[in-house]
Design a binder for this molecule. Structure first.
Ligand SMILES: Cc1cc2nc3c(=O)[nH]c(=O)nc-3n(C[C@H](O)[C@H](O)[C@H](O)COP(=O)(O)OP(=O)(O)OC[C@H]3O[C@@H](n4cnc5c(N)ncnc54)[C@H](O)[C@@H]3O)c2cc1C
Length: 400
């Protein structure tokens, strides 16, 4: 069976996980990434021997696709069990226990409704409001789901969260890695069988008799038998505008949200709060604070604030960080900021996915990302692996 040339656009976990399969199958594989770094939301900001997560932070032993990559690249020894610290509520300047904000009476009267509702027909807000109560949803569950998704989670399909996945009992239940989660994407990117071009712009895609031709910003042309888009949905839609306008139009129906993240590394002695995994604000201009207290360090503590977009400028964000952590500018040892685009799923999403898969059928274009099964890392990897299977079967078809 002849080896093929696979070009993947976007070097986050979706593109990289596709690449692991593609190189394993012996295909010549090129990854084109427009930024100057690899990993996308796998973004561990490092300072000395410490790191904070500017994007994804937690992985579970139910992430079997991710674990297969971790094992393949010999990273099992780098897994770190997360310290048992809990998420807290940030309420009017105070850090409080989640339980304090839950009404058990409301749960008692609402929970029986679980037998009357169909989760797969309801949004996050509709489902959890019904089974746990409106006040509980408003005060605690809504803000918690917003924190998980770094955006307003209410309109998401309820079954896109908390999927049941089989656990690997031989792996820590939840874990991170030495050097942060980015250690995984760094390691894949070092695979010698993979060619990666960073700071790469693509000016045009053309379909040829034999596949595709891409004109890069540096004037070079790259050819591909198979083309994989693993960029945020709005970027994939833009790239497909000329190549497959019908598909681009369908992708255009998926809305996006952005999140503005600021991470800080602080002298440990300066933060008076007891260790916590994260903070969920009851009503504020940030979705969450994710701490690095899950990994103890002798000198540092680290926190990433995920802000709602467009509300605060840089100075106001720092003021908020000082206020929440009870520190001043002098206590900050290092900091970094990012803006990310995330898909906003809604109850029409299933319909849109069916239309995408119909439009892709029989084409040598493959789409992966966090806008298919869900935003979780494992959802991205599962989509990449299933698109890879589709590619392999199309290859078998065409070589018959
Ligand atoms: C703040 C935050 C916290 C999260 N926490 C968790 C968590 O704890 N656990 C979990 O399971 N999930 C978490 N997620 C979700 C998960 O991390 C992401 O959904 C997933 O990593 C997305 O991977 P991706 O490869 O599809 O997209 P991305 O990571 O966004 O990667 C896309 C890549 O494409 C590149 N790109 C963009 N445009 C172009 C272009 N035009 N041309 C070429 N390249 C381009 C980008 O630079 C990037 O490298 C979190 C997400 C965020 C934002």
């Amino acid at each position: 069976m002849q080896n093929k040339k696979v070009v993947i656009v976007g070097a986050g976990i979706s593109g990289l996980s596709f690449a692991t399969k593609s190189i394993q199958a012996g295909h010549s594989t090129i990854l084109l990434e427009h930024s100057n770094r690899i990993g996308g939301c796998f973004d561990s900001h490092r300072f000395e021997d410490y790191s904070i997560e500017l994007g994804a932070h937690t992985c579970y032993n139910s992430y079997r696709g991710l674990i297969s990559i971790i094992e393949k690249y010999g990273l099992v020894h780098s897994l770190l069990k997360r310290n048992k610290v809990s998420f807290k509520i940030y309420n009017n300047g105070k850090i409080e226990k989640i339980l304090k904000h839950l009404s058990l009476i409301e749960i008692f009267f609402s929970l029986p409704k679980i037998f009357q509702v169909k989760k797969d027909q309801l949004s996050v807000q509709e489902f959890y409001q019904t089974i746990l109560g409106s006040n509980n949803y408003k005060n605690i569950l809504g803000p918690s789901f917003n924190a998980v998704l770094s955006q307003d989670a209410g309109p998401f399909p309820a079954n896109s969260l908390f999927k049941k996945r089989e656990r690997r009992k031989d792996i820590f239940r939840s874990y991170t890695l030495q050097g942060g989660l980015q250690a995984i994407t760094d390691k894949v990117a070092q695979d010698k069988k993979l060619t990666i071009l960073t700071e790469c712009t693509i000016e045009a895609f053309t379909q040829t008799d034999h596949g595709f031709q891409l004109r890069l910003g540096n004037g070079e042309n790259v050819t591909a038998d198979f083309l994989v888009f693993a960029t945020p949905v709005s970027h994939s839609a833009a790239y497909l505008k000329d190549l497959n306008p019908a598909l681009a139009q369908i992708l255009g129906k998926i809305e996006t949200a952005s999140v503005e993240s600021v991470g800080v590394i602080v002298n440990k002695t300066k933060v008076k709060h007891a260790p916590f995994a994260g903070l969920i604000p009851t009503d504020n201009n940030f979705y969450s604070v994710v701490s690095r207290d899950v990994v103890t360090h002798p000198k540092f503590r680290g926190f990433t604030f995920h802000f709602r977009p467009g509300l605060l400028d840089k100075k106001q964000k720092m003021t908020k960080i000082f206020e929440v952590l009870g520190i001043s500018q002098n206590d900050i040892i290092d900091s970094a900021e990012r803006v990310r685009i995330l898909p906003k799923l809604n109850m029409r999403h299933k319909e849109i996915l069916t239309a995408i898969d119909q439009a892709l059928a029989g084409k040598d274009i493959y789409l992966t990302g966090n806008y298919f099964q869900g935003l979780a890392i494992e959802d991205c990897i599962n989509r990449s692996f299933s698109e890879f299977e589709r590619m392999i079967s199309s290859k078998c078809e065409s070589s018959r």
